[in-house]
Ligand binder design. Sequence first.
Ligand code: ATP
Ligand code: MG
Length: 731
Amino acid sequence: MDYLKGLNDAQYDAVTTLEGPLMVLAGAGSGKTRVLTMRIAHLITNLVDPFNILALTFTNKAAKEMKERIAKVVGESEAKSLWMGTFHSVFARILRAEAHYLGFPSNFTIYDSQDSLNVIKKVMKELNIDSDLYKPKKVQARISTYKNNLITVKAYFNNPELIEADERTNMKHIGIIYQKYVEQCYRNGAMDFDDLLLKTNELLTRFPEVLAKYQDRFRYILVDEYQDTNHSQYLIVKALASKFENICVVGDDAQSIYSFRGANIYNILNFKKDYPDAKTVSLEQNYRSTQNIVNAANVVISKNVQQFKKNVFSDNEEGEKLKVYRALSDADEANFVAGNIWELHHSQQRKFTDFAILYRTNSQTRAFEDALRRKNIPYRVYGGLSFYQRKEVKDLIAYLRLLVNENDSEALFRVINYPARGIGETTQNKLIVFADSQNISVSQVLNNLGFYAPQLGLNNGILTKLSDFWSMIKAFQILLKTENVYQVAMEVAKRSGLIKFLKDDQTPEGISRVENVQELMNSMQGFIEEQHQLEEGDPSLSNFLENIALSADTQKDKEDDGTDKVSLMTIHLSKGLEFPVVHLVGLEENLFPSFMSSSTREELEEERRLFYVALTRAEKQAFFTYAVSRFQWGKITDAEPSRFLSEVDAEYLEFINPAVESRFVNHSGLKSNIFDDAPIEARSFRKLDPKKKIERTDSEPKIRKNLKPVSTARIINPSGESSQDIEVGDK
Ligand code: ATP
Ligand code: MG
């Protein structure tokens, strides 16, 4: 059992405890995920049937990696039948098998957040609700919160407190929007992300025989990143585990960063209450990072009041100090980071995959992409607008969705007149109104067009167009019975006119759109091969669509083609990952911590946990950057360094700024302090010619080594309450 040899005592203890409830609560990089992986391998080695194991991970990518590692220990064929994946993907699979219990078709469509937002907007329009007063995104978030707390429409209307609370916040129409939204999804045969959990809960509580079936199947349940489970997920796990209580959860309360999506930190803190006999193991040694990184991260997180005190230490080398770069603008910041990566790539022979650029919000990506491109550094952006959310890709997918579930009216109206075939908005509206009046779906109208034609009030020309369109869809559906996903999609792309339409546009953007469609086809071939290798593989179109719907929000897999590229992602997405060199950028007040999340202590503590997550991704080196002015919301704004920078003890930091004089002349002749407010030269520059400033920052950044101490920098807390003096530059 070689795989047990590399474990420390505490890890060994956790891996070899196979029965009963077990919790591993430990800091970043201490081997929680490794323990989980090895524990599964150990279960299988001890003759537990992989069929009886369920492992829930935070991303599909993590599941895939774990599976590969387990396969190395127990062999490919054993690992094949393991159920491993995100909550959403595992429970979508169960819901498909059991959909009839809930009155849903087994080929239900999964709406990603964009789809569900579209439905909300339509519902609000129908209800004549002003979208300026009710921001659809806010409505969506509120509905999501209700669903994740298992508050159904019925439960909502039975709860005067909730109704009152919504009225108080001028959202008294939420209930009716929620109701209409749920009805519309049901009519479309669709579930949104939150439904995948809500409906699973419904399935397990309303149908004891279904619960018993899955309890018997999943005798061993393991959950990674347990601190970020929401109430709905918590209840599912609890229900499934209640028969055998072989439940192992691992997590770190200091890394709970999804409360905005309903994650409940108390799920992990109350584990002992739920399972009084639970064994708890804590892991203290961080194997990932240098001592400097671990110590700095510990200091910052210790500022949080609400936390479970943990000891985390590193036995690795002390390592370099954490470097801080103060940029004059966002473009300057991006140039520095790109230049730094280029320099380390050459001087330390680092691969590009060794580097990550982590930021608080997706909108920060562009500047880094520009700077990397200028230096010909290959990179990969994770998240953001994912491949599957690009318009041309979504259009083709909409056709495919319609083939699988013709009640999916979102998909139907996306393609009914795309490419244009003379079925305009007026016709579409007539169809919708008529279908509503008959309480049937639009596809039912189209299926019986001859019968309904006299009542529709459409002329013969239009009726012919509608009938042609629908016959085409029907023909594709027939094709689906005999041909594989790839062949069907190819036929759809050609016969619908989509490819021709895209090809007619010979601009670079147009060409890239055609390439994207081609790429989608390629991914289908990959999918077919992949499914053939799985024991319970399912190469159907509906499974393909499910896979992409579920990876759309954390789109990582598609871009992850294994080539040597720098990774760009939000901190949220970086959870669980590790990189030799991390650049944590945009460390400014109102950006990180975000201006939306610094009003209460709870919010601020969550931002601090985010900082902790970001820093603890780094193995060898961490770079912090901030800009004193930034182009945001269409204008240049001044920025102050983030309070989190001042929370890191000075002993772990090193400032690598060349003083600003190299490119920005400080007319006053004064050297500005590192943490001063916007420096004089930047300020005056802005007044003179803001455009010019951006152009000038495009020049090559200089990485200065062997900097002499240039001045004493003051770290000023944004509150202005305390400050400390530190030395700047190398010793
Ligand atoms: P996070 O909180 O960030 O999710 P984690 O606790 O899950 O971190 P892992 O990702 O499992 O930590 O492990 C961190 C790194 O340390 C990995 O590279 C892992 O291979 C390594 N590691 C863990 N335990 C040991 C060990 N006993 N010996 C050597 N390396 C180890
Ligand atoms: Mg982990």
